[in-house]
Design a protein around this ligand. Structure first.
Ligand SMILES: CC(=O)N[C@@H](CCC[C@H](N)C(=O)O)C(=O)O
Length: 374
């Protein structure tokens, strides 16, 4: 017999949906929230997201808790009985955990209201194109503007019973990267009469790696990952088109600017060298996740003094999170929740340990309960 929030996690795991298409997920969350006593609840939907306010007893502030709700375009390769039922989509970044933990904390405070108001934010499209920024500017957020905000992210590399956090910079600045190359197709046997975009794309991928190695200050980390290359039509035709899809990560805004300038220069060079036309699209960009120093340190002290959770003071990571936009306007923090999985985030075999769900609910319920009465 599993706990109710593990059961909810499994239900949600079966129905992953991509950014701004989380219709079944939204309905599942709304049905669950509707099953709770409604006296203190106010609910507003925003696109495929949801805001839930629990009215406090004598509120002096509003504490927000945010969970992201979208899945990834990954074909799940686990044999779990509750594996994804949506072909080609998977909760491979733990948003099923994030949602079930948020529902667990919400349920706790519906039954045990505290002095302050609480706002639960179920946010679409974290993996892209980004739901946090428009949700921040939305009508419900203006109306129920929180004074502080918290979120967590699962961490397969840490054991269950562990959280990892640091004050200040936690996650990198990000920008997606899409480069389209258009040359001249032709017969595979006559390369001198064509401009081959498969060759150009391969050369460009290698050149892009030189930016991190040669143009970024080695003490200021950056990553350029090309996660997908496509091009051509058939094995014996020289490709007229190719497309690179990737992401840029930098710890500083200056490095992001520098990396983009260098990409633009290399792509211009590519046009001359390979006699092609190239276009760059940066897709969606996320602001760094920067944890408020005072609130983070206060939370770390709380964890050490009032819980059995082992707390690790971690380094920053090159992951991105659009929660960074919320933290840029509202003081708060994000932390990593240990879920020990052999396979990491964004892996088709990710299998986080569900024991972390109830531990996280109880940690957050006790911290928010304390903070919302003080
Ligand atoms: C926590 C996490 O894994 N977040 C994603 C965010 C992706 C943003 C965007 N699609 C991009 O690739 O830049 C990550 O990949 O870090």
């Amino acid at each position: 017999m599993v706990s109710p929030f593990v059961s909810i996690r499994r239900d949600l795991h079966k129905i992953p949906e991509l950014g701004f298409q989380e219709f079944k997920t939204q309905q599942y969350l709304l049905n669950y929230i509707a099953s709770l006593p409604q006296e203190r609840l106010e609910i507003q939907t925003w696109k495929t997201g949801i805001f839930v306010k629990i009215n406090g007893l004598q509120p002096t502030k509003t504490i927000a808790y945010r969970a992201d709700i979208d899945g990834l375009p990954i074909h799940e390769e686990t044999e779990l009985p509750y594996r994804s039922q949506h072909e080609g989509k998977m909760h491979a970044c733990g948003h099923d955990f994030h949602m079930s933990i948020a529902l667990g904390v919400l349920t706790h405070f519906v039954h045990h209201p505290i002095r302050d108001d609480l706002l639960f934010i179920f946010q679409p499209a974290e993996e892209g194109p980004g739901g946090a920024l428009p949700m921040l500017q939305s009508e419900p957020m203006q109306q129920w503007r929180p004074d502080m905000i918290i979120a967590l992210h699962i961490a397969p590399e840490y054991p269950v019973g562990t959280i990892a956090i640091k004050a200040g910079l936690l996650f990198a600045n990000t920008s997606e990267l899409f480069i389209d190359l258009k040359g001249k197709g032709g017969h595979a046997a006559f390369p001198h009469l064509a401009n081959d975009m498969v060759v150009a794309a391969c050369a460009l991928v290698t050149q892009l790696q030189s930016i991190v190695a040669r143009n970024v200050d080695p003490l200021d980390s950056a990553v350029i990952t090309i996660g997908k290359i496509s091009g051509g039509t058939v094995q014996n035709v020289i490709a007229e088109n190719a497309r690179l899809e990737g992401t840029i990560r930098t710890l500083s805004a200056e490095s992001m600017k520098k990396v983009k300038e260098r990409i633009e220069s290399l792509v211009k060079g590519m046009e001359i060298a390979y006699q092609c036309e190239a276009s760059i699209d940066y897709g969606s960009m996320y602001y760094q996740v920067y944890n408020n120093e005072k609130l983070t340190k206060e939370f770390m002290t709380f964890v050490q003094q009032h819980s059995d959770i082992h707390m690790i003071e971690c380094r920053e990571a090159m992951t991105g999170e659009d929660f960074g936009y919320m933290l840029a306007e509202i003081p708060g923090f994000m932390f990593w929740l240990g879920v020990e999985s052999e396979y990491g985030l964004h892996h088709a075999k990710l299998n986080p340990n569900e024991l972390a769900i109830d531990q996280a609910i109880s940690l957050l319920a006790s911290y928010i309960g304390w903070k919302g009465n003080n």
